[in-house]
Design a protein around this ligand. Structure first.
Ligand code: HAM
Length: 431
């Protein structure tokens, strides 16, 4: 046999048996965000590399080490590592700001980062994200965090923890950067090689370094909240007041900086526990990016957003056994019956009944084995005898019963039987 080809490391197939859970998750997320007035936007998976360099920022792990970048016909391109930059690019490119004062946008799809694969950390993963443009907050900041917590509650994810910080606006960020460099410079030799470099390029990144050497050094670093200016503090206090009123619990971590450069003011991360979630416990993260629209060529526009990792949400959610049954199987016995089986299959589908017509021929026994394998509730057998009598043999596989049904009654009868069995149907709710 020829050697088979495997998927790229860190990129997973989602087999049909898993997809039902994805659909359920995606539909819950869609319900929740639509209730809050978000509308879906779909942007390309590939963008100019410069978009991420200018937004996520040089000196971040994503831009320095993790991007799938390539040059195609002299154009440097990147397969998106995150969704915000592309949405901002589209917001500016289509002058959405000129059409509506506030935009609430939602997106979902695969993202790509060349990270070291582990449980909950993949090279192709999926995010659902929300972005609000044109609202300076802090009311909308609190509403967004509360929506996220409400979503996790609906997904029955336990032990959710919201961590908050404020980076302040541009002025505060610049002042803090200076304070941090002053603090770190004399301790430079104790830092990791990466962080020594970051001291020049991107000192804030040192705060979220995973290296224990760096963590020991930054443990006593000055806090952003000590240098924050009055407006930024009023914004942060406003957010906290709203969250308190909503009864949404949170803690404050003045060292939370998150791995992307575009953030200003509000920053948040939502962590979970339990299920199969391991060390990769950040379920969602986000924050305000009040300068990014302008930096990418649009008018000055305040903005805030977050993205949740769908794989991690699924790891944190207990798997429920699939409830839906498989399709009805139409089993033609002999050549004459095959054409009739095709017509029957089409009629059933037109009535909304998922149906597969067995096309491979074979014995009744082998067809019933196939029906069992598919989880079919019903098999419909048509042979020469049935054709002559104008009936179809209905095998109720769940009830181990069978009877001949007149061809003209069949679609109605199968539909009624399945409706009664459906969750909430006459038999479904009794059982
Ligand atoms: P992020 O924190 O980089 O933020 O990613 C958001 C979420 O995506 C994480 O909390 C995690 O659940 C999931 N995630 C990230 N990397 C991976 C990975 N390698 N494997 C599996 N899941 C992963 C952003 O991407 C920002 N764009 C969020 C945002 C939107 N900020 C403002 N608006």
């Amino acid at each position: 046999m020829t050697r088979a080809i495997s998927a790229v490391k860190g990129m997973n197939d989602l087999l049909p048996s898993e997809v039902a859970r994805w659909h359920a998750l995606e539909s819950t997320i869609r319900d929740v965000v639509q209730l809050h007035g978000y509308r879906e936007i779909r942007v390309p998976v590939i963008e100019p590399t410069s978009l991420y360099v200018r937004s996520v920022g040089e000196g971040t792990d994503i831009v320095d080490k993790e991007m799938y970048s390539f040059v195609f016909h002299d154009e440097p391109l990147t397969v998106r590592p995150e969704g915000t930059a592309g949405v901002v690019r589209a917001y500016v490119e289509h002058a959405i700001h000129a059409k509506e004062p506030v935009s609430r946008l939602y997106y979902e799809g695969p993202m790509f980062r060349g990270e070291r694969p582990a449980r909950g950390r993949y090279r192709q993963f999926h995010q659902a994200g929300c972005e609000v443009f044109g609202d300076p907050g802090p009311l909308v900041d609190a509403e967004m965090i509360d929506m996220l917590v409400g979503l996790l509650r609906r997904l029955k994810i336990q032990n959710v923890e919201v961590v908050l910080n404020s980076l302040g606006g541009k002025g505060t960020k610049a002042r803090y950067r200076e304070r941090l460099v002053e603090f770190l410079e004399p301790k430079k030799d104790a830092l990791s090689e990466d962080s020594k470099r970051r001291l020049q390029t991107n000192p804030l990144r040192i705060l979220d370094s995973k290296d224990p050497k760096d963590q020991a050094v930054v443990a006593d670093a000055p806090s952003i909240l000590d240098v924050i200016d009055d407006d930024d503090r009023a914004h942060f206090d406003g957010l906290r007041r709203h969250l308190d009123r909503l009864g949404t619990p949170y803690s404050i971590d003045p060292r939370l900086v998150r791995g992307l450069d575009y953030y200003t003011r509000t920053l948040f991360e939502v962590r979970g526990q339990g299920g199969e979630l391991g060390a990769q416990n950040a379920l969602a993260g986000g924050g305000r990016y009040d300068s990014l629209v302008e930096e990418l060529g649009g008018p000055a526009t305040p903005a805030i957003g977050f993205a949740a990792g769908l794989e991690r949400l699924l790891l944190a959610t207990a798997a429920e056994p699939p409830r839906a049954h498989g399709p009805v199987l139409v089993a033609p016995l002999g050549e004459r019956a095959q054409a009739e089986a095709l017509v029957l299959g089409r009629e059933l589908r037109e009535a909304g009944v998922p149906t597969i017509v067995e096309g491979r021929g074979g014995s009744l026994k082998s067809m019933l084995r196939r029906a069992n394998g598919l989880g079919s509730p019903v098999a419909l057998v048509v042979g020469d005898g049935e054709l002559d009598r104008g009936v179809v043999q209905l095998k109720d596989l769940a009830a181990h019963a069978q009877n001949d049904v007149p061809r003209s009654e069949l679609v109605r009868e199968v539909s009624a039987l399945l409706a009664a069995r459906a969750p909430g149907g006459a038999e479904g709710s009794a059982g």
